[in-house]
Design a protein around this ligand. Sequence first.
Ligand code: HEM
Length: 265
Amino acid sequence: MEEKKKKDGEGKNIKELAKGTQVWKAIFGDLLFGEFKPFSPINSLMRGIAKIMQLHPYNMSVGGKRIIMYTFCLGGLSVFFFALLSCTGAFLMIYYNPDVNKAYANVEDFRYIVPFGILIRNMHRWTAHLMVMFVSLHMLRVFLTGAYKPPRELNWIVGVILLVLTMLSSFTGYLLPWDQLAYWGVTIGCSMGENAPLLGAKGPFALLESGKDVNSILVGGAAVGQPTLLRFYLLHAIALPLGITGLMGFHFWRIRRAGGVSGPL
Ligand code: HEM
């Protein structure tokens, strides 16, 4: 009996060990356990991670070959624009200061002083417009091809949240140059929040009182000012990009779980 228990225990341990080894092998497979090829470590690591995360399906339907013409790669292009926005945004962050006395001058500096500043700033602006356009077109494509139907309903909902976050990114970025257009645009945008259903103090079915509603949280005071600029900057440069990145990961994982992109079969 004692011996059997020991054996079972041992068996369990070995099983657990083997599980660990499999994961280890899947990630570092070719690098540690296969034949070593110079320059291949990064390649094999990426393949291993893709295998573990189940990023792409093992099989592809015959119709899948026509997938680019079917989806127009609108989702993929949205990912590309997001990556470009992150890179150009990181560059702009080096010179931009979210201070009401400095922000406008910083933005002017991009035009006249910072090397390649005008190029990077315009790339950031135009890519932001393109991303809103392409995410909307991607949504239209998903709707027209009926790709929102089971088993993809949850991904449609995730997509709607991604669209809202993309638009919020544009809205929060609009205030950052701190010029007249930005100031009054955001003043109007935020006061619309006051009349929003449920979350606005004056909106239908208001749940929150004045001073604690979505408008007050965004503005951070009686009028648009320094607290608003700081809030919008943090939302624009940290919270929204992190939220979009996380949800994109979930979006892709759901596509994988649904057996890949739906397509002409
Ligand atoms: C930041 C925004 C978004 C990104 C980066 C993104 C990315 C992607 C990518 C790369 C695909 C693979 C197929 C393709 O390229 O068309 C995809 C599929 C899908 N997306 Fe999005 N998407 C976004 C927003 C949305 C929105 C707004 C919706 C709808 C409300 C949506 C719903 C879906 C659905 C249901 C699929 C599966 C389609 C199928 O299997 O044919 N996505 N998305």
